[in-house]
Design a protein around this ligand. Sequence first.
Ligand SMILES: NC(=O)c1ccc[n+]([C@@H]2O[C@H](COP(=O)([O-])OP(=O)(O)OC[C@H]3O[C@@H](n4cnc5c(N)ncnc54)[C@H](O)[C@@H]3O)[C@@H](O)[C@H]2O)c1
Length: 309
Amino acid sequence: MARPKITVVGAGNVGATCAHWAAAKELADVVLVDIVEGMPQGKALDLMQARPIFGFNVEVAGSNDYAATKGSDVVIITAGLARKPGMSREDLINKNKEIVGNVTKEVVAQSPEAFLIIVSNPLDAMCYVAYKVSGFPRNRVMGMAGILDTARYRCFIAMELGVAVDEIQAMVLGGHGDEMVPVVSATNISGVPLTDLLPQDKISALVERTKKGGGEIVALLKTGSAFYAPAAAAVQMAEAILKDQKRVVPVSAYLRGEYGLDDLFFGVPVVLGGEGIEQIITMKLSPGEEELLQKSSAAVAKTRDDLKM
Ligand SMILES: NC(=O)c1ccc[n+]([C@@H]2O[C@H](COP(=O)([O-])OP(=O)(O)OC[C@H]3O[C@@H](n4cnc5c(N)ncnc54)[C@H](O)[C@@H]3O)[C@@H](O)[C@H]2O)c1
């Protein structure tokens, strides 16, 4: 039986780290693709040379040609630009729309049965581009954001309480932007509500730190944005699909009426398994959280409209 195959498009910080995590977990053979000549080949060869040390037995290849991606089971798209001084948000949307659109066309021609996991920003809008361009059913196109945002929230709670991070059950919903919604009413530590363990002001501070979790890292790095945790989150999504794990996780999914939203990619809890998004879970929120979610959806809808697709 052939090994599964993951293609990662964009061999920059997030893409190369996806290849690293996926290979080290022996999830699949990995193909790294980038427009920069030699760079994906060099990173792939470097990862291949780590195999004897860590003892993982999958193939990692790099290419500038999509022929190498043929027959991929999962494609993670990280290609794109980050905003530079003098560039408007509109400029970034248009540039990344073009990049993600072109990448999707190439990928789909080689792997018509693949599951697409989008990472490029602005996330929810780039999912919309990939969905429209691919023509794939909605269970096979999804965005990585909620797992990352939830991981940041869980991490900050564990640091505050001094407890094991895997005891924290939580969910961050909504668009991948400053208006994301950490669902405090559904946050518990091995069943104990967070609100029993921390006063409201401390919880509010954790929520605010989560919302600005990406920005905190950008400010520290100065030359780029986060990549270890984003790549770990994208690889967890690939793993859930390849191993049919049926994980309940937040992802950016195409909504058709769920949460009162239509024709929009938005972060919601789903069951992620061998069929991709197998189910969208409707969560009961507090009235305050409901209001925040609607506010977040308005921001995401505005960005979708800016795409003019
Ligand atoms: N969804 C999230 O939570 C999340 C988290 C982190 C980063 N991101 C986004 O992911 C993207 C990648 O981030 P990064 O830190 O890896 O950036 P990076 O600059 O390190 O890497 C991007 C790579 O994309 C490549 N690229 C550009 N155009 C391409 C094309 N047409 N075809 C193939 N490759 C192309 C570039 O050469 C570069 O190597 C950015 O848009 C970033 O904002 C999203």
